[in-house]
Design a protein around this ligand. Structure first.
Ligand code: NCD
Length: 332
């Protein structure tokens, strides 16, 4: 794997390898010393043209725990606000010797452009591009589902037969798109539930069932309910009558939470609008995986950086029972 741009193009084998390496990385997170020397001497640049809290610090923590040098570049306060183009910015980074570039951009396709333009020869990781994709989010979601439903350390497993209902602002959500593709690759069955105004026009060609009624979707007893944020910043028109009406019809409120099956889980990529798409009780309930998703994000991003920057050599042993380090920077 040279870049991680989308889940649509990710093979089942690569997806499972990523999740399995993330298990190894999660084991490292449980140790007293959370750091591996694996990427010593490599430089990872976080290039964020759009706001982010979780994703940026997660990539930063991941790179640092693998001993890479990290440069954080956010578009605000940089020459980008003076009109410098993506190309000029990329060439500046290349001149600094970046081995990997983690990019978030409001334009769908910006990471693809960086990866294929020839401006840089670093590995490119898409950290969210417009309304297109957010592959590491989908991978951390799949990792979280696999751990909750099959148990920790369930290496080699896919999500065959798992039922996942994704609810809310599908139209603007790169998280929904990346999840739909990855979940289908891993064998899960996806249902999308939203007001018709918040579904994209081409949704009928996606590998997912469509519904408009959240109560019916909950009564179907899905294993996973994933709530999405209403993305006000991408809305330039009225997509629903009022927030109150939205919460009443499409929000995961306390009553709907109580109707979920005993083992089903509630997910949200964050940031949450409490009281709008999700109630505080749902967000904080034992079913909620919101905090696990954040923690798992670091393990999954460590796996992605490792696989991209170590040449994708999965044969390098990462961990063994006695936890000793190898001379090549892995851990034996
Ligand atoms: C998501 C994003 O930025 O696409 N958040 C995230 O990465 N944790 C979802 C969102 O903004 O609603």
């Amino acid at each position: 794997m040279r870049h991680l741009l989308s889940t649509k193009t990710l093979s089942r084998e690569d997806a499972i390898t990523l999740l399995d390496v993330a298990e190894d990385m999660a084991d490292v997170q449980d140790r007293e010393v959370k750091k591996l020397p694996t990427l010593r001497g490599k430089t990872v640049v976080n290039l964020f043209f759009e706001d982010s809290t979780r994703t940026r610090i997660s990539f930063e923590a991941a790179a640092k725990r693998l001993s890479a040098d990290v440069i954080n570049f956010s578009a605000k306060g940089s020459s980008v606000s003076k009109g410098e183009s993506l190309k000029d910015t990329a060439q500046t980074l290349a001149a600094m010797g970046a081995d990997a570039v983690v990019v978030r951009h409001s334009a769908s396709g910006a990471p693809q452009t960086l990866a294929t333009s020839g401006w840089i020869d670093a590995g490119v990781l898409n950290a969210g591009d417009g309304t297109h994709e957010h592959p590491t989010q989908a991978l951390l979601d799949a990792f979280t589902m696999r751990r909750r439903l099959h148990g920790r350390g369930s290496r080699g497993h896919d999500l065959d037969g798992v039922t996942v209902t994704i609810v809310g602002d599908i139209l603007h959500s790169r998280v929904a798109r990346s999840n739909v593709w990855l979940l289908q690759t891993l064998g899960a069955q996806v249902t999308l539930v939203a007001p018709p105004t918040l579904l994209p026009v081409d949704v009928s060609s996606w590998p997912a069932a469509i519904g408009y009624d959240l109560d019916a979707a909950i009564d179907a007893g899905p294993d996973v309910v994933m709530m999405l944020r209403i993305q006000g910043e991408r809305m330039h028109a009225a997509y629903f009558p009022s927030e109150r009406e939205y919460a009443r019809r499409w929000g995961l409120d306390d009553e709907r939470l109580g109707r979920l099956g005993a083992d089903s889980i509630v997910m949200h990529p964050g940031p949450m609008n409490r009281g709008l798409e999700i109630s505080a009780a749902a967000a904080d309930s034992p079913r909620s995986t919101v905090r696990e998703q954040v923690a798992n994000g670091v393990s999954v991003r460590m796996a992605a950086l490792y696989l991209l920057l170590s040449g994708g050599d999965r044969t390098t042993p990462m961990t063994t029972s006695d936890g000793q380090m190898t001379s090549d920077g892995g851990v034996r």
